[in-house]
Every structure is written in C-alpha cells, then in structure tokens.
Design a protein around this ligand. Sequence first.
Ligand code: GLN
Length: 304
Amino acid sequence: MDYKKILEEIAVEIEPLRHVGRQADYIPALAKVNPDRFGICITTTDGDVIEWGDVSEPFSIQSITKVFSLSMCLSMLGEKLWSRVGKEPSGAAFNSLIQLELDRGIPRNPFINAGAIVLADILLSNLADPEKDYLDFVRELAGDSHVDYDREVAASEREKGYINAAIANMLKYYENLDNDIEDVLHFYFLQCSVRMDCRQLSRSFLPFADRRSEFLFGSVRLTASQVKRINAVMQTCGFYNDAGEYSYLVGLPGKSGVGGGIGAVYPGRYAVATWSPRLNEKGNSVMGMKALELLTTYTRESIF
Ligand code: GLN
C-alpha cells in the first residue's frame, strides 16, 4: 500500500476545507492557535512513519487524553470500572449536564466530559503521584520524554470551566466523586492540556492497533481483550454525538479533541493522527474527519 501517495492525494482534495469551521474558543488559550493548519501521520505496526503537512507542531490533545485515562483505569480496576461509568454512546454533546442528571450521576461513557471527570477521580484515588504517574504513562506511550502538560491551557480552561465545574458538582451530589471537586477538576484539565504533535500522537495510538506485542507501559498492563474493548468504546463513543456519522464516513476506532486532533487505529496495521483546529458544530476537526474518510476510502482498509 502506497500510503505516501495516498496522503498526497488526500491533501490536495481536502485543501478547499482549510478555512471551514471554527476553532474552539471557549478555552481562551486555544483561541490563540493558528486555525489554518493541517497535519497527518501514519505509524504502521511494522514501524514505518508516513506523514504530510504540519506534523511536528504540538497542539493540545484535549479529549484524546481520555483514551489514556481509560487505559489506566481499566488496567487498575478491570470490569469494576463500569460500575462508575457506562459504555453506551451518549448521543448528546460532550459536555451535556442534562443527561448526567437523567442518568443520576453515572456518566453514559468515559469519553464525554462527565465520564472523564470520573476517570480523573479514580486516578487521583489510585495513583501514588497522579500528575507524575499520568504523564510518565503518556510519555511511555508516545516514546518521548518531552511530552508535557501545558499549564497555561489548563489554567485558562479552569478559569472559564463553568460547565465542567457544574458536572463535577453533580457527580459529587450523586456520590460518584470521592475526591475534592477542585482537585478532580484541576487534574482533569491538566490531562486535557497535554501537548503532542501528530507524530507523537500517532505513535501513542500504535499500541491500540498492535495485535502482536503486549500492552505494557510502566505499570499499565492491558490484555488483548481489554485493548479490543477500548477500541470498541472509541468506535461507539469517541466522537460524542457525531459518533454515528464518524463511523459511517471513516470506519476506524478513533478519538477526537477540541484542540483539533484525532487519533485513530486500523487494528493490526497502523495508527493515524490528524490535526487541524477548525471544528464542526459537534466539536470535531473538519479537515481531520475528511482526511480519514478519504484514507479508508482510497485504501479500502477499514474495520467494516
Ligand atoms: N477539556 C475539554 C473540555 O472539558 C475537552 C473537550 C473535548 O476535547 N471535546 O471541555
């Protein structure tokens, strides 16, 4: 498969979308990013790296971080995790408060904000040094010790994070948060603030595509069956209320973030990361989604 040639074709085809959509500005620090960027990087299970565009410019991975939090929580708690958070697609916005009330404080899945705030609470309760241990795990996955939090983005999000604060308060009311609300929010925003470029993101998703090696990074160990299940949750919940559309168009387990990034996997073959800050109305990258749609169309490789 000539992925290089395919990426070049895709780049030409998506160029008209470069100014379509709006970057997230509800997090003030994200409004400062140049929105007219696009990068894509494929890392294959054979170790090849194929890339095009702005692949070495770091961006805020935002909700993509929830895949890493879920991995840690699942490795620590196993199936017990699902008593605190569900695994059904939400069909609602990623920051929906009304759904959490109807569900009486059990978030629909780990990839909406409410679910990821519960994951942050679990990690705070179970890790010896949460900020360090989390970052160490993400660095191991990315194979790069330079990956770091962006404390300015995290502080900026906290300052305007009224809805996430409301979600955390409701979780506490329903006794689904053990730790102090402020501590949980601080850690959640910090996780979302992790900066990576497309190369690092693609590499950190590779273990979710790799069917040959064991998933073991530091103290985080997942069975092949757990990796399969994380992919399943990505497929059904990774794009919030756009998950059906994303599945229909792309057909690869994936996770988006409001920083404009997407991480996705073609199980057994490759991981791919895209980045372009302009988002559709559901909060997913316009150019990124189109690029992945064309990738699975041109290669005829998808899980369907
Ligand atoms: N930090 C963001 C928030 O909580 C993450 C949302 C996202 O990337 N979809 O709103």
